[in-house]
Design a protein around this ligand. Structure first.
Ligand code: S3P
Length: 435
């Protein structure tokens, strides 16, 4: 992969109407459930990012025929829960934790063996969190040191009642997917609300999911029925524009058709508490998910102590929130966010280092950070190959006094392949240099 570099000339403002690509979490789930369903599933608005393409390739390697994706459309010829075939080679999840953890849930209950591999970042990420519950269900998975590669020997699974020690939608989803193959009922309880796309989409495919407060349960042995579904625009991709428009005076943008599932809207709540001017209009439902057009106008931001309960609801948006905090008056305190250390990069360390390069005062804590807002200078940022770090620092250019250069941006293609073009069209002075 070429090492792309972003160069952002300071200043400017964001304006216009734009549509960010399809939701990554929902796109993965659409591919997985479509492949395991009976009959045809038609997906529109699918994210054609590298992470989702990895999930598509994995199911194709297991004998699932698909047409596309093209222009956000994918037609999946579902093979039914028992219809997957043994892959001839290891399944490559690339940079995607969601692909690896959700696939592990599906593969644990097959009648064949498989191996899941990933890139250097994914090989560093903790897999023990899925190995523990899946093993308790009867899965046979080996992983040196609790990390990828995962060698999975298909096994007969039985239901489980599992209280997750961490708030993770990937863990919850891995258990529910394994539960499709398990004898009896599988129940997962979460310590705090996490994204519920799996539960919603399973229900959309006709599979009964019993939800009671923090618990989701399903019984193995059912069937999934192919569907037509539309993926809303990804609030995690919209987040960069929410922050960019907030911090660049004179900005006024509208982001169309963005998913506003309440398990995902922590970033709107956090920015609004900081003083951002965000309005939701044209509220509707798309593919079983609430959607809105989001208008953002620039506004002076104020530092806040971010309530802990909002952390899982904005977990992927923290790189952007760090940048908002750096542009706010006063101090922003992030707590209870240790999970940020095991994302595509250690996002607390990487964001703190990058903001310090720009001249911002940041104190790192084991589970968060304290950021004193002020003026942003410029400099050269190391993104550590983390797509969201790269996009967050690109937006920082709007409020910087000097150019910002961001190294190692190729992975932006995992979640937002069109980011440079959309950001340029909206008014960001971004240039992409190929190294
Ligand atoms: C995701 C869940 C979150 C999130 C990730 C996508 C999902 O991870 O950070 O980008 O699609 O279920 P955790 O479950 O590890 O919190």
């Amino acid at each position: 992969m070429s090492k792309s570099i972003y160069h952002v000339t300071p200043g400017g403002q964001l304006s216009g109407r734009l549509r960010v690509p399809g939701d990554k979490s929902i796109s993965h789930r659409a591919v997985i459930l479509g492949a395991l369903a009976e009959g045809i599933t038609e997906v529109d608005g699918l994210l054609e990012g590298a992470d989702v393409l990895a999930t598509i390739a994995a199911f194709q390697a297991m004998g699932v025929a698909m047409e596309g994706p093209q222009g956000g459309h994918l037609r999946i010829h579902g093979v039914g829960l028992q219809g997957l075939r043994e892959p001839l080679a290891p399944l490559d999840c690339g940079n995607s934790g969601t692909a690896m953890r959700l696939l592990a849930g599906v593969l644990a209950g097959q009648s064949f063996a498989s191996t899941l591999v990933g890139d250097a970042s994914l090989q560093r990420r903790p897999m023990g969190r899925i190995l523990t519950p899946l093993t308790a269900m009867g899965a046979q998975i080996s992983a040196a040191d609790g990390r990828a590669p995962l060698s999975i020997k298909g096994a007969r699974l039985h239901g489980i009642r599992y209280a997750m020690p961490i708030a993770s939608a990937q863990v919850k989803s891995a258990i529910l997917l394994a539960g499709l193959y398990a004898e009896g009922e599988s129940c997962v309880t979460e310590p705090a609300p996490t994204r519920d796309h799996s539960e919603r989409m399973l229900a959309g495919f006709g599979y009964a999911v019993r939800r009671q407060g923090p618990q989701a349960c399903l019984r193995g042995g059912g069937r999934l029925q192919g569907q037509a579904l539309v993926v809303p625009a990804d609030i995690s991709s919209a987040a960069f524009f929410l922050v960019g428009a907030s911090i660049a005076p004179g900005s006024d943008i509208c982001l169309e058709g963005v998913g506003i599932n309440p398990t995902r809207t922590g970033v709107i709540e956090i920015l609004t508490r900081m003083g951002a001017r965000i309005d939701l209009g044209n509220l509707r439902e798309v593919g079983g998910e609430p959607v809105a057009d989001i208008r953002v106008r620039s506004a002076p931001l104020q530092g806040i102590r971010i309530p802990r309960h909002l952390v899982p609801l904005a977990i992927d948006e923290f790189p952007a929130i760090f940048v908002a905090a750096a542009c706010a008056a006063g101090e922003t305190i992030i707590e209870g966010a240790a999970e940020l250390r095991v994302k595509e990069s250690d996002r607390i360390a990487v964001m703190a280092a990058g903001l310090k390069t720009l001249g911002v005062e940041v104190a790192e804590d084991p589970e968060g950070a304290r950021i004193r807002g002020g003026s942003l200078g410029g400099g050269s940022i190391v993104s550590h190959g983390d797509h969201r770090v790269a996009m967050a620092f690109a937006m920082a250019g709007l409020a910087a006094s000097q150019p910002i250069r961001i190294e190692d941006c190729a992975n932006v293609a995992t979640s937002f392949p069109d980011f440079p073009r959309l950001a340029q069209e909206a008014g960001l002075a971004l240039q992409v240099l190929e190294a």
